[in-house]
Design a protein around this ligand. Structure first.
Ligand SMILES: *Cc1c(COP(=O)(O)O)cnc(C)c1O
Length: 407
């Protein structure tokens, strides 16, 4: 019944939406079946420990700023076609990397990344969350940039060893965690816009607190339809560095207007796509008077978030409300808010887990969203608690894997 309602709504809506969004979806699915030709191996991993004078002081866990502090070690894996492909993985002291000024990454943004976290649990064990999904997404990004793919399990094992070596950097706090940033860059010293013969995969680690300063406070959004983050046939569904640089000026504009994040819209219907670097969810009362959770479908414009997927899967298990992946227009949000039918909106992603939305500034009006106010037990809070209970090992779950089980 849930599926039927959802599908019929989609079919209804399709009439009003550009056909390209729908047709590109199919092309994407066919084009990106992952093929892994060669890989590096965890069993080849070499480790060079930092000397005592290279060790950095650990920052105060209560004053962590996102991505500002780095741990003592990093993981590096080179790829050189001329040497047979992937080389042996190495853990080294954290250090600068040297690149030829002609390296493709510096000219054509041949770069992709992932965002993961390691959590220190109540039992002292350090866990990572659904890492296989990050590896899958990373390989899909690599294919889109003509960069080499690899066996995800081998990288997970190497990363777990890295986290294990720097384990004292995983904060002893359940409000904090260790952010893991796998990165893959094309490093050929040649200016042709062509596939890379040389690449470098590296992983760096940052202890982090909460992503936003205004923790647990609802955030304000700027929704300006003149800006677009992603488009049909583009790369919005891949974690490529080139998707993020151009968003900085728009984020600055939001800040200048006293707003915290950007709500990215797309197309004539001003479809809601994402909020900042998070997937967006709306919890509302549908036309049948039922509570329903909606999020935009993976139509090529949306980054397939692991938090998004986990929220959908957990909600289906709860079976307490309707769930629908479908397009949401600003017109609909305005109508629903005027009828007091929007209960909550929240962003979801690894960095912040869940971030409640309080208002949207859109074409001169401000829509108030009662996310943190309508209930003493809001859905975003339940989702946040459920996910963090799993991540910090308070509730045992196969999604949270102790790093010692890998390496
Ligand atoms: C990384 C990211 C997300 C969230 O993905 P998770 O896997 O949940 O961390 C959502 N939207 C964008 C644009 C992103 O870059």
């Amino acid at each position: 019944m849930v599926q039927l309602t959802c599908l019929s709504r989609l079919l209804l809506r399709r009439k009003f939406l550009s056909r390209s969004v729908v047709s590109y979806q199919n092309i994407n699915a066919a084009q990106y079946a992952i093929k892994i030709q060669t890989t590096f191996k965890f069993s080849d991993l070499g480790v060079q420990f930092a000397s005592p004078d290279q060790l950095q002081p650990k920052p105060d866990v209560n004053a962590l700023q996102f991505g500002k502090h780095f741990t003592d070690h990093m993981l590096k894996i080179y790829y050189h076609e001329s040497l047979g492909g992937w080389q042996k993985p190495q853990i080294t002291p954290m250090e600068n990397i040297a690149l030829h000024p002609g390296a493709k990454v510096l000219h054509y943004a041949v770069e992709l990344f992932e965002g993961m976290k390691a959590y220190r649990g109540t039992d002292g064990k350090i866990r990572i969350f659904r890492p296989d999904l990050n590896m899958d997404r990373m390989n899909r990004s690599a294919i889109r940039l003509g960069l080499p793919t690899f066996n995800g399990t081998e990288l997970i094992k190497c990363m777990c060893r890295l986290v294990s070596i720097d384990r004292e950097w995983v904060p002893h706090s359940e409000a904090s965690s260790l952010y893991i940033r796998p990165t893959l860059i094309g490093i050929d010293p040649s200016l042709g816009v062509a596939a890379c013969d040389s690449a470098m995969l590296y992983v760096i680690l940052c202890p982090v607190g909460s992503y936003f300063d205004t923790k647990s406070k609802a955030i304000s959004l700027l929704a300006d339809p003149q800006y677009t983050r992603a488009w049909p046939g583009g790369c919005g569904d891949k974690k490529l560095g080139s998707n993020y640089g151009p968003t900085i000026a728009v984020q600055q504009e939001a800040s200048q207007q006293g707003l915290q994040q950007v709500l990215w819209l797309y197309g004539e219907d001003h479809l809601l796509t994402e909020v900042g670097t998070m997937n967006i969810f709306m919890f509302y009362i549908n036309d049948r008077g039922e509570q329903e959770l909606v999020t935009p479908p993976l139509d090529g414009l949306i980054l397939p978030g692991i938090t998004r997927q986990s929220i959908l899967e957990i909600s289906k298990e709860w079976n307490d409300f309707k769930i629908c992946e479908r397009h949401i227009t600003m017109k609909e949000v305005i109508e629903l808010t005027s009828e007091n039918r929007v209960l909550e909106m929240f962003g979801a992603g690894t960095a912040c887990v869940v971030s409640p939305v309080g208002s949207i500034s859109y074409l001169g009006q401000t829509l108030q969203i009662p996310t943190t106010e309508w209930s003493t037990e809001p859905l975003y809070g339940r989702v946040l608690r459920t996910l963090t209970d799993i991540q910090y090992g308070r509730v045992p779950h196969p999604w949270a894997v102790p790093i010692d089980d890998y390496a």
